[in-house]
Ligand binder design. Structure first.
Ligand SMILES: [Zn+2]
Ligand SMILES: [Zn+2]
Length: 410
């Protein structure tokens, strides 16, 4: 009975161990996969950024278009306003002409009344037939025709009526011209209104497009944010893994080894480009092109009063392929102690694609060859080891073995 119990416990324990092992196995960190995913995300991010910049450009274009359309709208509205004013003026003048015509008609009417009276007087004198003809006239021209037939109308009346008739004709012609002008302006106005309607439609479509582009813009910005977060997660996983490795190494090797214990740090923000190797210190005491007797310096020297012991970080992700940690001559000197080929304590990182970076004269190094680093990760501290007259960071970049200006990466 007791033996059977022991057996059961033993089985349970072995199962538990197997399960734990499986759990450890399944959660095992795949450094290659992590790096592959981050590269993928970076690629994706640069594509999104490209699309975003295109979208921003399109928004700018459409906004410029909108400005032009709104300018056209205000010009057309102004023209329509002018047309309305013109039409109003023409209307006033047409009404004026009508008034003049009415006045002339009234004058003619008055003259005719006068003539009728005179004719009546003539009739009283005995000329019956003429009166009947004249009083039977249908209208004025009929009257004139008939009156002309008769010699009983005086030249004076004849002239007066002719003059009135001619003036009225002139005014009518003027009025007709005004009416024609009005019609032209009205047609112009109609064309302007049609044009305005067209441009208003274009403007509305344009506004809609800008709205759509802005929506797209926010979507892309959200995608960039998500991408950043995913990169961050991967960086954190890598960080945790590296810490674990460092811990294990420490446990197996004891406290001996590097001058500085591992103190891995990562930038929280994943970057697409190069990170400055000495955060907070940007003063250059020597640039790439500085002439040093027989050749160019070919690197940057970063230094200031408070630089000693400052953190040095990897400028870009890569693999540490060489370090020197043995120089103990960490002070200013005017000749080389010869350590690290003059670089003193250094770190060299291979970024792939033929690019490497070198960090020289360090007082301490926190990484080891073969270790993967990401941009912004702590790799050492500023010092004055090797051929160095005072604390500074010698930062050098090479492409296919040829030095190039590190500033070209920023
Ligand atoms: Zn040395
Ligand atoms: Zn230098």
């Amino acid at each position: 009975m007791a033996g059977s119990f022991k057996k059961t416990v033993a089985i349970l324990i072995s199962l538990l161990i197997a399960f734990s092992a499986a759990a450890i196995q399944s959660s095992a960190f795949d450094e290659e996969e992590n790096s592959r995913q981050r590269a993928e995300l970076k690629e994706e991010n640069s594509e999104i950024k490209e699309e975003l910049s295109e979208t921003n450009k399109a928004i700018k274009d459409k906004e410029n278009e909108a400005k032009k359309l709104q300018q056209q709208i205000s010009e057309l509205s102004e023209k329509i306003k002018n047309s309305n004013q013109k039409i109003k003026n023409l209307n006033d003048r047409i009404v004026e002409k009508q008034k003049e015509i009415d006045e002339k008609l009234k004058a003619i009417e008055d003259r005719l009344d006068y003539l009728r009276k005179r004719l009546r007087a003539i009739y009283m004198q005995g000329d019956t037939s003429s009166l009947e003809i004249i009083l039977g006239a249908k209208d004025f021209s009929d009257f004139v025709d008939k009156a002309e037939m008769m010699q009983s109308i005086s030249d004076y009346d004849n002239k007066l009526i002719n003059s009135l008739q001619s003036k009225m004709k002139t005014i009518s012609t003027e009025q007709a011209k005004l009416k024609a002008d009005k019609k032209t302006v009205e047609e112009e106005k109609e064309a302007l209104q049609k044009n305005l309607k067209k441009i208003n439609t274009l403007n509305e479509q344009n506004t809609e497009l800008i709205k759509e582009l802005n929506t797209k813009k926010s979507t892309l910005e959200q995608k960039i944010e998500n991408n950043k977060n995913r990169q961050n997660e991967l960086l954190k996983a890598l960080q945790a893994y590296n810490k674990e490795l460092a811990q294990k190494a420490k446990e197996s090797a004891g406290e001996s080894g590097d001058v500085y214990s591992d103190e891995t740090e990562y930038v929280v923000e994943p970057t697409d480009g190069y990170v400055w190797p000495c955060p907070g210190h940007t003063y250059l005491t020597s640039t790439f092109d500085e002439w040093r007797g027989a050749n160019n310096h070919g690197a940057l020297d970063i230094a200031d009063g408070s630089i000693y012991g400052a953190k040095v970080v990897a400028c870009y992700e890569g693999t540490v392929f060489s370090t020197c940690t043995t120089c103990e001559h960490d002070y200013g000197k005017y000749s080389s102690c010869g350590c690290g080929g003059g670089y003193g304590n250094y770190v060299m990182i291979d970024h792939g694609g033929g690019k490497i970076s070198i960090y020289g004269h360090l007082s301490g190094v926190t990484v080891t060859p073969g270790q993967t680093v990401v941009g912004g990760q702590l790799i050492g501290y500023v010092g004055s080891t090797g051929y160095s007259t005072g604390p500074h960071l010698h930062f050098e970049t090479q492409y296919n073995g040829v030095r190039y200006d590190p500033l070209s990466e920023y």
